[in-house]
Design a protein around this ligand. Structure first.
Ligand SMILES: [Zn+2]
Length: 115
């Protein structure tokens, strides 16, 4: 009569050992991956804010507008498209941008994305 258990294969202790190692590696790696993603989103968001602010400064310094009496930063970010920006970038996270026309600055609703 044939045995139900084959001689080849892994023992329960071997399988549990491998499982524990995999769980430990996952516990170490997953938080680092999540942290790296958030750090990358924050850096990209800050870069987006800088690009918008540079475009606002260029808009404000445009000499042809000064000649017709328009000075200062644009009244809406949409005025920057397409001459100064191809499009208004979005926050790579879940945030949204707030534009301060008086200062020509942009801030993100995600506090960790602000300078
Ligand atoms: Zn953001």
């Amino acid at each position: 009569m044939k045995s139900c258990f084959s001689e080849a294969g892994f023992t329960l202790v071997e399988l549990l050992t491998v499982l524990v190692i995999v769980v430990i590696l996952a516990a170490v790696a997953i938080p680092k991956v999540i942290s790296a993603e958030e750090s990358a989103n924050s850096a990209a968001c800050i870069q987006n804010q800088s690009a918008i602010e540079v475009a606002c400064t260029l808009y404000a310094s445009r000499s042809c507008l000064k000649e017709i009496g328009i000075t200062g930063f644009p009244d809406a970010l949409s005025r920057l498209v397409p001459e100064f920006l191809e499009s208004i970038p979005d926050c790579p996270g879940d945030g949204s941008y707030t534009y301060d026309r008086d200062e020509g600055t942009v801030s993100c609703s995600e506090t960790s994305h602000n300078r």
